[in-house]
Each structure stands twice: as structure tokens, then as C-alpha cells.
Design a protein around this ligand. Structure first.
Ligand SMILES: [Zn+2]
Length: 227
């Protein structure tokens, strides 16, 4: 009988002892299982961070709704505002900044900057810097070119006005084309990875405010935090 006793595993003995060991082993597996199956309630930020960005605002109704949702869920975002809209509603830019969100420069009137010369691009960006500073008390450091259109001239003009950090995006659910809110959610959640930058719109995406709570719930369920 003792020949069954493996020298490296003295607990596993012959006959009934082996059976008990199997049962204990199975029990141990069951006990260990919950952490492995905890995908429905992962630790906060276990999957990493995702940046949510909202372009083209502020918008009189969509932006407050989005800010409410972000506040309810303790989420962070970046608003790439145009100078025109920021000048029309500086209160909303200020509210976003006061809620802890980042404000970025998205040009004055949303032209394709690559069609302009360096002076014109600099003017688009400088005036928007001023509008943001007027609203929030500090100029932005981040900017995003409309349509993501950039070239050496545009880059040089951005540096001329102190904008060093261009932020594009990695996930584009095309919310501006007004797909259903559930489609916006699904497109984001399917594509999102640690470190993703999600492009959304508070001024041109009619269903974006309705999609946002679902997006945030989905990100949270997957262990992502927003930043
Ligand atoms: Zn835009």
C-alpha cells in the first residue's frame, strides 16, 4: 500500500485518503473559483484607464446632461471646445473645469486647418486659448485639430501659441451620425482597450447623452476607470 505514497506528496495516501484528497482538491477549486469568475464585479481600474473626449461643444442642453452623468458616476472626461461655442457659453466651460474635467482647444470655428496658412491656424488656436482662459482662468495645454487634419504647418502654428500636446483618438463610434444610443455603446465597448481615447461629441451627437450612462456602466463592469 505504501508504494502509492509519492515522496513529494506525502498527504496523498492510498485508498480512502486519496479519495478524501480528491474531494478536498475539488473543494479547493470551488473555493478558488470566485476570484477567477469575478468579471461581473472587477476591482476598480483593474483593466486600466480610458479617456473619454467630447468635441465641438459646449452645447446648451447636451453638455449639462453629459456633465450630470459624469458627476453621478464619478467619471472624468476631456472637452475639446471650439472658441466660438466657448465664447457663447463660458459658464458651461467653467462648470466642466470646476467638475475636474480637462478642457482642450478644438480651434475657433472648426475649419480643416490644413487648408489654412500658419498665421490663420495660429489665429484659430490663439483666440480659442483666450476664450478658454477667460472661462476657466487658465489656458489649455491640449488641443485636437478638427477632423484630425494636421500637417507640419499646423503643428508649427500650434507650437507658436503654446499648444504642445495634440490629442487624437483611437476609438471612433461615429456618434455624430446619430446612430441609436445602444449602437454607440456597443461600438465603444467592443473597441475599447487599456489606454484608449474615445471620440464622442457633445454638440453634434444627438444620442450621445443617452449613450453615456450605458458606456460608463459597461466600462466599469469591465474594470476600466475613466480619465
Ligand atoms: Zn470636431
Amino acid at each position: 500500500m505504501s508504494r502509492d505514497r509519492a515522496p513529494t506528496c506525502p498527504v496523498v495516501g492510498p485508498g480512502p485518503e486519496r479519495w478524501i484528497a480528491s474531494v478536498l482538491g475539488a473543494l479547493l477549486l470551488v473555493l478558488l473559483a470566485p476570484p477567477a469568475q469575478a468579471a461581473s464585479a472587477p476591482q476598480q481600474c483593474a483593466a486600466g484607464h480610458v479617456r473619454l473626449t467630447f468635441d465641438d461643444g459646449p452645447h446648451p442642453t447636451a453638455t449639462p446632461a453629459i456633465l450630470d452623468t459624469l458627476a453621478e458616476r464619478g467619471a472624468e472626461a476631456t472637452f475639446f471646445v471650439t472658441g466660438e461655442k466657448a465664447t457663447a457659453r463660458p459658464d458651461l466651460v467653467r462648470r466642466a473645469a470646476e467638475q475636474g474635467h480637462r478642457i482642450g482647444n478644438h480651434s475657433w470655428s472648426h475649419p480643416e486647418l490644413t487648408t489654412l496658412d500658419r498665421t490663420q491656424v495660429a489665429s484659430q488656436l490663439r483666440r480659442t486659448n483666450q476664450a478658454i482662459e477667460l472661462a476657466t482662468g487658465s489656458p489649455p495645454s491640449e488641443w485636437r485639430p478638427p477632423y484630425g487634419a494636421t500637417n507640419d504647418v499646423v503643428q508649427a502654428a500650434a507650437r507658436d501659441v503654446g499648444l504642445d500636446e495634440m490629442v487624437l483618438w483611437t476609438v471612433d463610434p461615429r456618434d455624430w451620425a446619430d446612430p441609436p444610443a445602444t449602437a454607440i455603446r456597443d461600438r465603444v465597448l467592443r473597441a475599447v482597450r487599456p489606454g484608449s481615447i474615445v471620440l464622442l461629441h457633445d454638440a453634434t451627437g444627438q444620442n450621445t447623452p443617452a449613450a453615456l450612462p450605458m458606456i460608463l456602466d459597461g466600462l466599469s463592469a469591465r474594470g476600466y476607470c475613466t480619465q
